[in-house]
Design a protein around this ligand. Sequence first.
Ligand code: F6P
Length: 343
Amino acid sequence: MARIGILTSGGDCPGLNAVIRGTVLQGRTVHDQEFVGFKDGFWGLVYGEAIDLDRSVVRGISQQGGTILGTSRFGPYTEPDGGPENIKRALERIGVDGVIAVGGDGTMAAANRLLGDGIPVVGVPKTIDNDLQATDYTFGFNTAVEIATEAVDRLRTTGNSHKRCMVLEVMGRHAGWIAMYSGVAAGAHAILIPEQQESLEQVCEWVLSVRDRGRSPMVVVAEGFKLPEMDEAHSHKGMDGFNRPRLGGIAEILAPLIEEQTGIETRATVLGHIQRGGVPSAWDRVLGTRFGQAVSDLVADGQWGQMVALRGTDIVRVPFHEAVGHTKTVPLDYYRGARAIFG
Ligand code: F6P
């Protein structure tokens, strides 16, 4: 019987537990596989810290947010105790034949490197940001969009009551998928994404035209959006190496600027980790389960170095190198289509 280890790495994401359950049930029912779960991402792989995953452990977990295994941004090549030799020793010690890495771009890049160093590994794509190139959608995105859409709907009623402009910041460091989908779904008057620069003047023009029609303006902004006027002084490098706005979030930079330029009272809300926590949507549970089942099949076929992905309605297999290194950004045409009706 093959003994396989699963790890979840990077930021958590609604649907991770559905992947774990789908993998374990498929592996135990259809294939001759048993599973362990590494604790806290690559940390557990490096130190051989794992728990047995039998049917009773995965029972009823699809509807739970987060990951029952824990996660971290621990890098297998960046930490002093990491590296392939230590990992091989850990795998041998706990008797694991192969690894399933569930994570985003960084996780797939690390998995690709581990493969090159002789560790049998396959992947499952994960990010609420939906910015992974090789797959049409990632689980977690749908839940995040639902939560963000509800937030816009709620902000609209309080904004209307006070005749205020409301600015909502959603996640999306490199791509504005959550902002686009929630903004379009909730009928925002402006959607600002990292892929497309808009000037403060343009944003204020949209805001004023909404006010002139007697409505309260609603702006949705992705955290990675920058005004052309913003310079390095407005951002700082976080502990994870990513640039983040210095003064809270971009919404907190934008709101006072809009208020100053338009004379309309403006409030900022940063949705933050609320869009990543909690119960996954049915759609994310289904995609997570399908990915989990497919990755167990991948292992059974010995297709190391591949990642499962969604293309149209089909689950396909793609080599790691096709999945890493490119951010799937919102297409310009799509943005232009939405922008045509801003304001
Ligand atoms: O990559 C997913 C993501 O949710 C980004 O949109 C966001 O910038 C980041 O994670 C936040 O990460 P952390 O939880 O480490 O602050």
